[in-house]
Design a protein around this ligand. Sequence first.
Ligand code: NAD
Length: 490
Amino acid sequence: MTHKVLDYINGQWTDADTSDLQKVLNPAEGAMIAEVVMTPKASVAQAVDAAKVAFREWRMTPAANRIQYLFKFKMLLEEHLNEIATIITNECGKTFKESLGEMRRGIENVEVACGIPLMMQGYNNEDISQGIDEHMFRQPLGVVTAITPFNFPGMIPLWFLPYAVATGNCFILKPSEKVPMTSAKLFELIEMAGFPKGVLQLVNGGKETVDALLDHPDVRAVSFVGSTPVARYIYSRATANGKRAQCQGGAKNPVVIMPDADMDMTTRIMADSAFGCAGQRCLAASVAITVGEARHTFTEQIADVASSRVVGYGMHDLTQMGPVISRESKTRIEGILAKGEQNGIQVLVDGRNKSVSGYDDGFWLYPTVLSDVPPDSEIAHTEIFGPVLSLMHAESVEDAIALVNARNYGNMACIFTNSGAVARQFRYEADAGNVGVNIGVAAPMAFFPFSGWNDSFFGDLHAQGHHGVEFYTQTKVVVERWPRSWSRQF
Ligand code: NAD
């Protein structure tokens, strides 16, 4: 019998009253491994009601007690790490090692949120006027939600969930319908950790489910990670409905390679960045801009490394890169490449029309390298979200930075160089929120904000760390006077 992924509402695994189910596929096999319920509006309302009820007690639970559940959750995540990573690989396609790595980054957020008694402290002043004191407290918002993408099914929910509940909110997760099994596993562990019912809930589904959350008057804040058009839509609808919103969008990340860079190290790191997770990382390097003499060496070396990457099922030890998420995604990427070719772009390493023995129905696309991509071409600005690296060239670091900044996204920009002065110039001038120096995936640790800019982010406060704490709390300022003469009356 097909496994059905259910919702977790008010402390119960719930089969939403719907015949609307979506298939979950293993992208390496192209075969169905489960079905997921597409939760209707009425069930979303039940979850919000349960969260509202739970909030009354949860916000009064001391922060030091709230985090005890997170400590238990962290221990359970560690105990079940291999099991979770296997689920990620089977529904998302990345290698087992990549799945373990993603969970490590997710767990770090649980660890950081355990410091909430200190992180959510306010501040105060005595005698703002004689005998009058002023305090600032942080209070939770109430019911909050996060809508997450397919590419990091374990990590991205954990960018939000721990901070939301540690600060005293009740949290509803709507994961990607393409990869719902990882979240279901996380919620099994949440149930084992013993969180009070209604504090953490899971509703599966797509647009209808999301819209029900965006329009519900009792949902106070919306966190989103996904593509830019959907991020823009969710930000507009959530804020028009009076909610707080933080919406992370897509990316097209440029990396500058200077002639003085250590070329072997650079190539290795660049290959991991561009082709790791089959290029389906919002921090994947997608445009390499060589400067001066770096052009020849880097082009040759990256072509070699790209052609020799071992592609296959992510649970096999030797696999270095898995499939893309879906047949639609593969067809979409092949379409972008075909159009680029028609417009004169040269495919230096062609990852199309390749297979993996024993996995004939998998969604395979091997590493692909495009050379001499014109900076003003469509492909230079389109998020491909697959294992495709575009090469461009500039004569100076200034020209390279101009190419970096000539794009709408601003998720990440990196430079490889041996020069501190050039690195500093780049760090200072690059128009992106996450910058790497001799780093291929400049992913902020849990105690730093994930700082996308421009079309890669809509909002103000980002995910993780202090930004997460601020996003999930509202400040209350209290001005107090307690005249001595009044107390003397008693
Ligand atoms: P997506 O935008 O298709 O879906 C993301 C979420 O939104 C899913 O939960 C989905 O069910 C929901 N959704 C989709 N269409 C919707 C609609 N019309 N109305 C309401 N909800 C809708 O993204 P994806 O394909 O799952 O993920 C890949 C994208 O996410 C890429 O663009 C990638 O760059 C981006 N991403 C960004 C970051 C970041 O930190 N900026 C991190 C990871 C992924």
